[in-house]
Design a protein around this ligand. Structure first.
Ligand SMILES: NC(=O)c1ccc[n+]([C@@H]2O[C@H](COP(=O)([O-])OP(=O)(O)OC[C@H]3O[C@@H](n4cnc5c(N)ncnc54)[C@H](OP(=O)(O)O)[C@@H]3O)[C@@H](O)[C@H]2O)c1
Length: 233
């Protein structure tokens, strides 16, 4: 039996790394995508320790040329799963957010998943049980101040997910957004230094949940959902 293949963006740390390791534990081969090659290589070593070979593609998902190169590198290959996990975060009042900051957040959190999904669609169509999973955020359900650009990007991702899910439903390609609450990752450590970790959802819990969704039988999907610690206020 051939291994399933999963392209995971933001795989060098945090949720993306946890998803890569969870998939590898089930024999799914991760294609690790992120900016810092050294981090991706370290995750590839962890994946190898589980007996699975990962490939590494160090690139910025906001770059059209680099995403096109990834598509070329995978030309003709089957991709069973695309995890759009790479993301960036900005804490800033709307009045203080520059055009450049807004553009950056929209490019990485919204535009990149759109273009990656479109680029890898021929590969996903080769799978007999394909999934696109977009990592959203609880901020689109629980609206709060100081994260307007981030919230706008994830709300856009929600719209993209729903519309693409409808578009690909006839082909039985599931497209699902999973929206975590504050999670135990380097991003959260940077955003909320010293935060009490008991109020965070673990990256491994998110990875287990993502694995469950991509393991549903062909033709079965699940509605977009949030995933968070009940201790978070
Ligand atoms: N942590 C939370 O509390 C939380 C809550 C809800 C949702 N989320 C969402 O969950 C996802 C994963 O977050 P995380 O907490 O795991 O974040 P993280 O620890 O900061 O990891 C994010 C990864 O994305 C990669 N990345 C960022 N920008 C990129 C770009 N332009 N091109 C390629 N790779 C890029 C980073 O690569 P490098 O390491 O090479 O820079 C990093 O490995 C994000 O979409 C985030 O918005 C996070």
């Amino acid at each position: 039996m051939t291994s399933r293949i999963a392209v995971i963006t933001g795989a060098g740390q945090g949720m993306g790394r946890a998803i890569a390791l969870r998939f590898a534990a089930d024999g799914i081969k991760p294609v690790l995508v992120g900016r810092a090659e050294s981090k991706l290589r370290a995750v590839a070593d962890e994946v190898a320790a589980l007996g699975v070979e990962a490939s590494v593609h160090a690139l910025d998902v906001t770059g059209d040329a680099s995403v096109a190169e990834l598509g070329d590198a995978l030309d003709g290959a089957t991709v069973d799963i695309l995890i759009n996990c790479a993301g960036d975060w900005l804490i800033s009042l709307a009045q203080d957010t520059s055009n450049e900051q807004l553009d950056h957040i929209l490019r990485v959190n919204l535009r990149a998943p759109y273009i990656l999904s479109r680029t890898l669609l021929p590969n996903l169509r080769r799978s007999d049980n394909a999934s696109i999973i977009n990592i959203g955020s609880l901020v689109t359900a629980n609206l709060v101040p100081t994260v307007t650009a981030y919230t706008a990007s994830k709300a856009g991702l929600k719209g993209l997910t729903g519309s693409l899910a409808a578009e690909l439903r006839p082909e039985r390609i599931r497209v699902v957004m999973i929206s975590p609450g504050p999670a135990d990752t380097p991003m959260r450590a940077a955003a909320s230094p010293g935060i009490d970790k008991t109020v965070l959802v673990g990256a491994e819990t998110i990875a287990d949940t993502v694995h469950h969704v991509v393991s549903l039988p062909r033709g079965i999907t699940i509605s977009d959902f949030t995933l968070y610690s009940m201790l978070w206020e």
